[in-house]
Design a protein around this ligand. Structure first.
Ligand SMILES: Cc1cc2nc3c(=O)[nH]c(=O)nc-3n(C[C@H](O)[C@H](O)[C@H](O)COP(=O)(O)OP(=O)(O)OC[C@H]3O[C@@H](n4cnc5c(N)ncnc54)[C@H](O)[C@@H]3O)c2cc1C
Length: 310
């Protein structure tokens, strides 16, 4: 095992990550590798020492990478992990890197319903399982049957049933070294017109209610029980509130949108400033849904409030 992943087959050094995220922000990966099949993934995992930090990068649509970059090994699944197929019994088989919108459309094309909600979530299935992504009244946990996970420690593939993944609102029990490589979803039979109509409706709703065409990572905070984070941020008078090149969206207050001058540090600072102000005026401590990679300058607001899930 090596503490210098640069010596492992296919690993590149100092690779910019910003273009691989929806914020288009953040510095480079110290080491970066694209793996196209399980054999290569296992080889990488077996070669790299436990001391090296590791990040699985999906579409970077729920991720804020530090301007200093990520000081470890970033792994991106491609190749066979992008595959999506629908079998004769109506199960959708999707690799860990398959895009959720593509899964939604493949199911619809096969005349299968249920996965339409994925059309509006611009991440991978692997990122979706980790986050238990959802919207429009559905979430991954309702449709996932099982997932194949390769864990960093053993490098072995384990099939886990949905009940074993601890899925709850934007949460799973997957550890940082657990990599979702394959998934199987159930679907309901229906006419493909019905499914296509729902996909159109969801796409229309998103265009009307979310700031499309901007750099963002969707909802930054989880909704507290019985309320909506966006409503609380709006009520606190924070629409348009900004730090540097990042502002609370005027259209949807749970979206923090970045302009071309933004830094990842601006996003970080704004997240904690919004959180403190919402707590002061609304009495609710919001929890970030977005995931962080690398290290950030402390703004002073981070330690306020209750402990948070990372
Ligand atoms: C415009 C917009 C709208 C959005 N709308 C929604 C929405 O309606 N509902 C919703 O839930 N989310 C939404 N999101 C957030 C985001 O798309 C989801 O959280 C998505 O599941 C993240 O997937 P990803 O592949 O981009 O993951 P990344 O952002 O790349 O990573 C997120 C986390 O998942 C981990 N991860 C990624 N791939 C794997 C893998 N194969 N195995 C294990 N761990 C992995 C990463 O290490 C990281 O911890 C939105 C984002 C945007 C930009």
């Amino acid at each position: 095992m090596t503490t210098n992943p640069g010596s492992i087959r296919g690993v590149q050094v100092d690779v910019p990550l910003a273009p691989m995220t929806t914020y288009k922000l953040g510095g480079p990966a110290a080491w970066y590798v694209e793996v196209g099949d399980e054999a290569h993934l296992s080889e990488v995992l077996q070669s790299v020492s436990d001391d090296v930090e590791m990040l699985i990068l999906g579409r970077g649509s729920n991720l804020l990478i530090s301007d200093r970059g990520f000081p470890g090994l970033v792994i991106r699944l491609l190749g066979e992990f992008l595959d999506v197929t629908v079998d004769g019994a109506g199960f959708v088989h999707a690799g860990g890197a398959a895009s959720m919108p593509r899964v939604a459309r493949s199911a619809a094309d096969a005349g299968r319903c249920g996965l339409e909600f994925m059309v509006g979530i611009p991440g991978t299935v692997g990122g979706g399982v980790r986050m238990n992504a959802g919207g429009h009244g559905s979430e991954i946990s309702q449709w996932l049957v099982d997932a194949a996970i390769i864990d960093r420690a053993s490098g072995t593939r384990v099939e886990k049933r949905v009940e074993d993944l601890g899925l709850s609102y934007r949460h799973s029990n997957l550890g940082l070294g657990d990599i979702v490589v394959a998934t199987r979803f159930r679907t309901d039979p229906c006419g493909s017109l019905e499914s296509e109509e729902q996909i159109r409706e969801i796409t229309r709703w998103r265009k009307e209610h979310q700031p499309g065409g901007t750099f963002n990572a969707g909802s930054v905070f989880k909704n507290p029980v019985g309320d909506a984070a966006g409503r609380l941020i709006d009520r606190a008078g924070l629409k348009g509130f900004r730090r540097g090149g990042v502002a609370v969206s005027e259209m949807h207050a749970n979206f923090l949108v970045a302009d071309e001058h933004a830094t990842a540090q601006d996003v970080w600072d704004l997240i904690w400033a919004v959180r403190r102000r919402v707590a002061e005026s609304e009495g609710v401590w919001l929890t970030p849904e977005i995931r962080f990679a690398g290290s950030f300058e402390r703004s002073g607001d981070e330690h306020l409030g209750p402990e948070m899930e990372t």
